[in-house]
Structures are given as structure tokens and as C-alpha cells.
Design a protein around this ligand. Structure first.
Ligand SMILES: Nc1ncnc2c1ncn2[C@@H]1O[C@H](COP(=O)(O)OP(=O)(O)OP(=O)(O)O)[C@@H](O)[C@H]1O
Length: 911
């Protein structure tokens, strides 16, 4: 049954999953291909299996599914079975890997902790390790974590002992310490009335932590290294028969290593780490510790805490000699004092509650920006608190809160506060762009900039937008900072206000909002940055404020009239009535020549963006004359209208703003009896273009375009341009496209039905009929030799697309190269040209075949059939075998007769 097959396939694949490189095999489409089933049916089963808790769904794009049991067996336990992203799923692992969580809070210790981890995981019981550091730096705490880590990773038994011996307790009696550690035999010293086992024996199978180990005298140290060398302990008074024990050792000391330890002992401890005092830690790390301690205390009390920023600041800058221990006490005291004060639901903690030691010793800077108090409740996790540290988050949240405040103060009416909001958004982008220290030019930032440039190019191409280079940078910086901010709208107190503003923005700036939606989808797919309603608001306002999108895409219009101020005054009136500058004006002397007029127009076209068309309103009777002189080099459609008057100019101005097409405008003009109209399309210099389009979005269309481009010779006589399917449904946009290109055909997943433009369905491009059609499109631009190469490239590249997700152990492009040689050999040896469709089938089939042979999976045929076929077509099979030496040699496989028969059937279309 299909459902079972899906589960089985995922179970197998999940075993060797690499979360950083999820393959198509984990998607509905990939599984559908693999199992030869309909994608919709596979999707249905996948969701059913997720509901049955058998699969885990990761809502990436495309959605990926993992086998839950198989994943947990080989990786870590999962709490949920739906995750927003791989990163969210991976967080589960950091929750369980306490050392990883520890380094997230204490990033400066990352390297030390990695060494600790390596020591713990060292085969056969780990390596002993020594932790040094001032008092209160967390040495014992870290050993506690190591103990938990060993248990959760099953390095020791759940019931294994964890024994701590504080050597300082035996400061005056090193002999007693030694005997407590190693035990003693009866009569070993006065008072040793009977044999007693020591801490080593008690800790057998578990962990022994020797704190303040510098108190161990030379004798004790020697006994210790006997254990380190031989795994055997000798109780005091016993020198012959030692006891074998298996103990993981951790040592801690506040003292100087060289002065207090025998070098022989030191040499036997390979891993030594030092925990830094608070004064040597960054402010960010100290803040993290403050958060951790508050969070920890809150969980004990169970009541929510609301801690002012000032308190956090003072505590983060408090660096007492007792380090984290003292800090912890100060925090406990602070909470206790606040608690006495209030019997409310939550405990509000302000500077008033800080102990005097903090107030006097904290090196806090002056308190500048009061933010909202930090609230910790029973559900708060430390990662939520750490996210507060990013100043970008503060900038971002401050802007957001101000934005919402303004909107609320204006009765949630966008009209009333439009300009204020834009101003605010602009400031935010400015701050991110100019005021941050961007000198470092982190590689990731460069990557974001490059990607955003690329995404903008896609948008520009698809929708004929014009977006300034500055916007690319501003948006890149925004995304770069935004990506670091883990924030969801659920954190917001006024979520409903935000949603209402989002709706308003969407309605009011519908066009820009729709482009932002497309941009955000591209960002999600390409940069894996999750954005939400706030980003829609920010980005829409930003792009709108710059008028990057709305003002472009407009036709230019000029009024050209004789006389001192005729044109100027008409244009003026219209611009004033429309409230925006829509018409330009040329006042011409009465005796101006038509050539001079033409020159002015050329000048204008060079200094203005007329790519969307130019309307020229004239007053000079004969259009024919100018038309003759009309500059052919203007590569945009031109609408000439005679007998300009203010009403006509007004109608034109309105049409420009409403983006009416030239045809519509001509119709309207005719209705008002302005009959002298001429529409001139540029005849020459129009590059030929093939459009690609895809119903599901511009991403796929771009992908197909790149694929086709790779098939064409580098000197491109034909442009391949991806277009959004919706854009091709829009008459105005289509008009623009036609103006710019000579569209020779469209390839896509859905026919947009453009008049007089041929269409090829993507999935049929390799069929005989459509290959012929495609070749015909190319006929004017390429030689027949070139067309043959393009056609071969086409099938090769499409096959590569198909196989790249299916071939798992081989290098797909190498496989395709080898199969190309095989196909050429077949064509040569049989003197028989294969159709693209057959070649495609061969590429896909043989890729699989090679993998099957390497994995030693056979594809058995009915033996009788095999025999009779081999008898009948033996010669052919030999030829195929000879042509396939490129495959058998390169992959060291022997192609069995049954497989040769399959290939023969494909080549000759035999059943
Ligand atoms: N990274 C940390 N996160 C949370 N709490 C910590 C951390 N480090 C230490 N603490 C807490 O601070 C206190 C002091 O830490 P700990 O006793 O481990 O320090 P120490 O270095 O062993 O001190 P000493 O040398 O005086 O024995 C303990 O209560 C511990 O729980």
C-alpha cells in the first residue's frame, strides 16, 4: 500500500539524514517521483502520517517530512511533530545537550567546553580533567553539568554514583584526606580498627569530583597518579593488592597549578580549563548569567518576575570577588526584598530592591533608555531572554512600538498618520544602514546583499519595476539584522493593533504590498529568513516612501506647443489639478523647425526614463511631418496626439496616473473627438525573447530561464526572461513587454494565452512535436548546427535536473556526461538519431541503472522472455553493450543482459 511504502522510504532515508542538506527525497514531490505516485495523494498520506505522530513535518519550502522513530533513534528526542524550520527542530537537541546550552549562555567558554566534551567522550571512560578559576566562577557548577551530560548521553549508568570530596575540609590533615579517598586497611594507622573503603571505591562506575584538589599532599597525589596509570587504588596500609576501579575524575582548584602540583601529576591530566572571573567576561555574557540566575530563581518561586532594565544593567556590571556565587546571592536577595514589598501576582523588581553592595559596586553606566521591564514567567526559557541582548532587537522593537503608538493615537486611521509612519520607518532603515558599524563587512552580510540584488533583479524583470540601488542595500541591512532577531508577533501586547495596521497598509498601498509579498516569499525561499506582519509593514512603507515602485512603470508625457507659455500653462494647470507632476512642457518659438522639435525629443528621451512609453501632445496641425523625422532610435512606443487642449491634457495626465494602456487612451480620446492620434511602435532594435513563466511563482520561472540559458550559446541572440504568471495576465504589463521585446515564445507550466505568441508546456518540451516547435523559434537566430547543439543541451540539462535529486551516491553531472557519450555512441553505431524524448528517458533510466548496479540490486526479467529476446536481437544487444563501455568502465559494473534489453527497448521503442 502506498502509505506504507511512503513510511518505509522515509524510515530508510531518515536513518542517514543530514539536517543541513535535506534532499528532495523528504518532500512530497520527491517521494511521488520515487514511488511513481501522484503528488497530491502522497501529500495527503504524508499529512495523515504526521497526524498519526509517525512523521515529523518541517514547514520549510518545500515542506520536508522525517520518520519520527528513525530520527529519534539516531539523533535526539523530539517534543513535537511539526516544526517551523530545521533550526527550530535543532533547538530540541540543544535543550538536551546541556553543554551546548551552556556555551550559548557563556560563548567565551566555547572552546574550553569543546575540550571538556572531547575529554568526556574519550573512549573507555573519558579523560580526567582539571578546572581552575577564582572562587565562585562556576567550577562545581560545571562539574554538575558534566555529571548530567554523562547520564543523558548514557556514558555512565543512571544509578551510577557522583561523589564530591572537598579537599579543603582536610586542610590540616592530609593523611586523613588520603585515607578518605583511597580507604584503609585494618591497622593502617592508630584508630584504624577495621578496613574502610574510600571515595574512589564508592565512586566506582561513576564520577569522583575532587574540589580544591590543591589540598591533596604529595603522597595523595602519588596515589592518585598510580590510579591514573593503572586504574588501581591502593588503600592506606596496603601496597601489594590494589583494587581495580573505574572512575571518571574531575578536579577543581582556585590555586596556581605550578606551585601546588607535582609535575608528574600535572602531566597526567591532559585537559585543563580555566573559568574566567566576571571581570574578564563580556557584558553580554554577564547579562546572560544574570538572566540565567533570575530565570532559575523564578522557576523555584513560581511567580512571574518583572525586572527593570536598570536592575539588569546594574547587575550585569556588578563584578564582586565572589563572582557568580556572589552575583547569585545578590539576585536572591533582590528578589527576596521585592517579594516582601508586594503581594501582587507578579514581583516587580526595581533598583530600589538591589542590595547596597550592588548599588555601590556596580560599574553601571548612566541609565539612558528605559525599556520595558523583562518579564520572566514559568514558561520563559533562557533562549527567550538571551534574545534581548541584541541591540538590533531594541532598535527594531522601539521602532515597532512607536509605530503602533502613533497608529493608535491616530484612531487606527492610516490616513491620519501616514507621513509620520513613513518617517519612522525611514529612520529605522537609516539607522540600520548608516549608524551601525558596518565596517566589518561580514561575509554573511555580503552574501545577503548579493542575494537581495539577485532577488530584486528577478522582480525587476518580472514586473518591470525600477528599484534604486540604495534600496537594495537598505533592505539587505534590514534583513541581515532582522535575521538575528528571534521575534514573533505573539510577544506583542497589542497584537490586534499590529494586525489592523497590517490590513490598512495592505489596502492602502495594495500594489507595493503585493510586490513586498513577492519579495518576502523570495527571501523566505532563498535566504531562509522568516518574516512576519511587521516586516510587511516596514518594507511596504519603506518602498512606498521611496516611491521606488509606484512612480516607475509610468508613461512619460510632454506637451509641445508654439508660443511663449502655451505648453507650460497647460501642463501647469493639469499638474496642479492632479496634485502631482505628470506632464512636462516644451514651449516652442513660432518659427521652430520640425528637425529642432525632433532634437528636443531626443534630448528628452535621453534624460528621462521613457521605457514605458512617451505621449507627445502637440498643437501643430500636421503630425505627419514630425512623424517622418521622428527619431527611430527611441526604443519605446510613442503616442502622438494632435490639437492639444487643457481637457485633452488632463485626460492624458489622468490616464498616465491610472496606467491606462495606449489603446485605452486612444479609445478615450476618440470618444472625445480627438481623432488625430498616431501610435508608433519602435520597429527596430527589439531583442528577441523567450519568456518563461510558472503559475506557482517567479522562483520557478527564473529557475527554468536559467536552465534554458545554459542550453544557448554564450553569444545570446535570444534573451530568456522569467515573468510572473499574473503579470502576463495584465494587459498593461504585457504591452510593456511587447514594447521591449520581440517575444518569440513562452515556455511554462501554464499558458498565459498571449495573442500571437506560441506556448510550450514545460513538461512537453522534450516531446517530438514541441522540440520541433522550439527549434522553429530558434531558426531565425541560430544556424542549424547551433540549433542541434541547443537541442542536445536541452535534453541533457533537463535530464540533469531530473536525476540530480534522484541519484544519491553518484555525482549527477558526471553521470550525465557519461550517458551523453553512451547516447552519441548508440546514435553513431546504429546510425540512428534518437528523439529528445528517448534521450531523456535514457538519461533518467541509465542514471538509475548505474546506481542499481553499484548497489547490486538487480532488475530481473522473466527468464524465458530474456532468452527469446536475446536470441532475436543478440546483435543489437552487443552493439549497446559496446556503446556502454563508457559506463561499465567508469563505474566498474557489469551490465547484465536484462538491463541491456531494457535499454534496447527504450532505443527502439519495443515492448
Ligand atoms: N554558569 C552558571 N550558570 C548559573 N549558575 C552558576 C554558573 N556558574 C556558577 N553558578 C552558580 O554560582 C554559584 C557558585 O558557583 P560554584 O560553586 O560552581 O563556583 P566554584 O568556582 O566552584 O566556587 P568555589 O571555588 O568557591 O568552590 C553556585 O551556586 C552555582 O550554582
Amino acid at each position: 500500500m502506498l502509505k506504507q511504502r511512503i513510511l518505509k522510504s522515509l524510515e530508510k532515508q531518515t536513518k542517514t539524514i543530514d539536517l543541513n542538506h535535506l534532499t528532495a527525497g523528504f518532500t512530497a514531490a520527491g517521494l511521488a517521483r520515487e514511488l511513481g505516485a501522484k503528488r497530491n495523494t502522497v501529500s495527503l498520506y504524508l499529512n495523515q502520517l504526521t497526524n498519526e505522530q509517525k512523521l515529523v513535518k518541517i514547514q520549510t519550502r518545500p515542506v520536508h517530512f522525517l520518520h519520527k522513530g528513525s530520527f529519534e533513534q539516531n539523533n535526539f528526542q523530539l517534543k513535537s511533530n511539526v516544526y517551523r524550520s530545521v533550526a527550530q527542530l535543532e533547538q530540541e537537541s540543544s535543550k538536551q545537550d546541556i553543554l551546548k546550552s551552556f556555551t550559548q549562555i557563556n560563548p567565551s567558554l566555547k572552546e574550553s567546553i569543546e575540550r571538556v566534551r572531547a575529554a568526556i567522550l574519550y573512549p573507555n571512560g573519558g579523560l580526567p580533567l582539571l578546572i581552575t578559576g577564582e572562587s565562585g566562577t562556576g567550577k562545581s557548577y560545571l562539574v554538575g553539568l558534566i555529571n548530567r551530560f554523562c547520564r543523558t548521553h548514557q556514558l555512565i549508568d543512571a544509578a551510577a554514583p557522583f561523589i564530591t570530596v572537598n579537599c579543603a575540609q582536610y586542610a590540616d590533615n592530609p593523611e586523613l584526606l588520603t585515607s578518605n579517598l583511597f580507604g584503609y586497611v585494618k591497622g593502617a594507622f592508630t584508630g584504624a580498627d577495621e578496613e574502610r573503603e574510600g571515595a574512589f571505591t564508592q565512586a566506582d562506575g561513576g564520577i569522583l569530583f575532587l574540589d580544591e584538589v590543591h589540598r591533596l599532599g604529595p603522597k595523595g597525589q602519588e596515589k592518585l597518579f598510580t590510579y591514573l596509570d593503572q586504574g588501581v587504588v591502593y588503600p592506606v596500609g596496603e601496597t601489594q593488592t590494589g583494587k581495580k576501579v573505574d572512575v571518571r575524575l574531575c578536579f577543581a582548584t582556585t590555586e596556581d597549578l605550578d606551585a601546588n602540583f607535582l609535575t608528574t601529576f600535572m602531566r597526567r591530566i591532559p585537559v585543563k580549563i580555566t573559568l574566567p572571573p566576571l571581570s574578564k567576561r563580556s557584558k553580554e555574557e554577564r547579562l546572560n548569567l544574570v538572566y540565567t540566575l533570575f530565570n532559575h530563581e523564578q522557576k523555584k518561586i513560581g511567580r512571574p518576575l518583572a525586572i527593570s532594565d536598570q536592575v539588569l544593567d546594574m547587575l550585569a556590571n556588578y563584578q564582586p570577588s565572589g563572582n557568580i556565587g556572589d552575583l547569585k546571592n545578590a539576585i536572591k536577595l533582590t528578589i527576596a526584598r521585592a517579594n516582601v514589598d508586594q503581594q501582587k501576582q507578579h514581583i516587580a523588581i526595581t533598583a530600589y530592591h538591589l542590595p547596597a553592595s550592588v548599588l555601590t559596586k556596580s560599574k553601571a553606566e548612566l541609565y539612558h533608555t528605559p525599556g520595558k521591564p523583562m518579564v520572566i514567567n514559568n514558561d520563559t526559557e533562557i533562549s527567550d531572554l538571551i534574545a534581548r541582548n541584541f541591540p538590533e532587537k531594541k532598535i527594531f522593537l522601539n521602532s515597532l512600538h512607536r509605530l503602533l503608538d502613533i497608529y493608535e493615537q491616530n484612531d487606527q486611521d492610516l490616513h491620519k498618520c501616514e507621513s509620520k509612519l513613513k518617517q519612522l520607518v525611514y529612520q529605522l532603515f537609516d539607522t540600520l544602514l548608516f549608524e551601525k558599524d558596518n565596517g566589518k563587512q561580514l561575509p554573511l552580510l555580503s552574501y545577503v546583499i548579493e542575494s537581495v540584488k539577485h532577488l530584486f533583479d528577478q522582480l525587476k524583470n518580472a514586473y518591470q519595476l525600477k528599484i534604486s540601488g540604495n534600496a537594495v542595500y537598505a533592505i539587505s541591512y534590514y534583513l541581515f539584522e532582522r535575521e538575528k532577531i528571534q521575534w514573533s508577533i505573539d510577544e506583542l501586547d497589542h497584537k490586534s493593533v499590529l494586525l489592523s495596521l497590517n490590513r490598512d497598509v495592505q489596502q492602502q498601498y495594495a500594489e507595493v504590498y503585493s510586490y513586498v509579498t513577492k519579495l518576502i516569499n523570495l527571501i523566505r525561499d532563498n535566504l531562509d529568513i522568516e518574516l512576519n506582519e511587521v516586516d510587511y509593514i516596514f518594507l511596504t512603507n519603506y518602498l512606498n516612501k521611496l516611491e521606488i515602485i509606484t512612480k516607475t512603470g509610468l508613461v512619460k508625457a510632454i506637451v509641445l506647443a508654439h508660443g511663449y507659455a502655451t505648453a507650460g500653462s497647460i501642463a501647469n494647470v493639469v499638474n496642479r489639478l492632479l496634485g502631482t507632476h505628470t506632464l512636462d512642457a516644451f514651449d516652442m518659438p513660432i518659427n521652430v523647425s520640425t528637425q529642432q522639435i525632433a532634437n528636443r525629443i531626443i534630448d528628452y528621451s535621453e534624460n528621462n526614463d521613457i521605457s514605458h512609453g512617451l505621449i507627445i501632445l502637440v498643437d501643430m496641425g500636421s503630425l505627419k511631418e514630425i512623424e517622418k523625422l521622428f527619431p527611430r532610435q527611441i526604443n519605446a512606443p510613442i503616442l502622438l496626439m494632435n490639437n492639444v487642449s487643457t481637457p485633452l491634457a488632463l485626460m492624458v495626465g489622468e490616464s498616465v496616473l491610472k496606467k491606462r494602456s495606449f489603446r485605452e487612451l486612444s479609445q478615450l480620446a476618440k470618444q472625445t473627438n480627438q481623432l488625430d492620434i498616431k501610435l508608433i511602435y519602435p520597429q527596430r532594435n527589439q531583442p528577441k525573447a523567450i519568456l518563461t513563466t510558472c503559475y506557482s511563482g517567479i522562483g520557478t520561472a527564473t529557475h527554468v530561464a536559467r536552465l534554458l540559458e545554459r542550453c544557448l550559446p554564450t553569444s545570446k541572440q535570444i534573451k530568456i526572461i522569467p515573468y510572473d504568471f499574473q503579470a502576463l495576465q495584465d494587459v498593461h504589463k504585457v504591452e510593456v513587454i511587447r514594447r521591449m521585446y520581440d517575444v518569440i515564445g513562452i515556455i511554462g507550466t501554464e499558458d498565459p494565452h498571449l495573442q500571437d505568441v506560441d506556448f510550450i508546456y514545460l513538461e512537453k518540451i522534450l516531446s517530438d512535436k514541441d522540440t520541433a516547435k522550439f527549434k522553429k523559434w530558434l531558426a531565425g537566430a541560430f544556424s542549424s548546427q547551433e540549433i542541434a547543439t541547443i537541442s542536445n543541451n536541452l535534453v541533457k540539462n533537463f535530464s540533469l535536473e531530473q536525476t540530480v535529486n534522484m541519484v544519491t551516491i553518484l555525482d549527477a553531472s558526471k553521470v550525465i556526461e557519461n550517458i551523453t557519450i553512451f547516447i552519441q555512441e548508440v546514435e553513431r553505431r546504429f546510425a540512428h538519431a534518437l528523439s529528445n524524448q528517448k534521450k531523456f528517458t535514457l538519461y533518467v533510466h541509465i542514471s538509475y541503472l548505474i546506481e542499481r548496479l553499484i548497489r547490486k540490486e538487480e532488475n530481473n526479467l522473466n527468464p524465458d522472455f530474456e532468452k527469446s529476446f536475446a536470441k532475436k536481437y543478440g546483435d543489437e544487444l552487443e552493439v549497446i553493450k559496446a556503446a556502454a563501455t563508457v559506463i561499465s568502465d567508469n563505474y566498474s559494473v557489469k551490465i547484465p543482459t536484462s538491463e541491456l534489453i531494457y535499454v534496447d527497448q527504450i532505443i527502439f521503442g519495443r515492448q
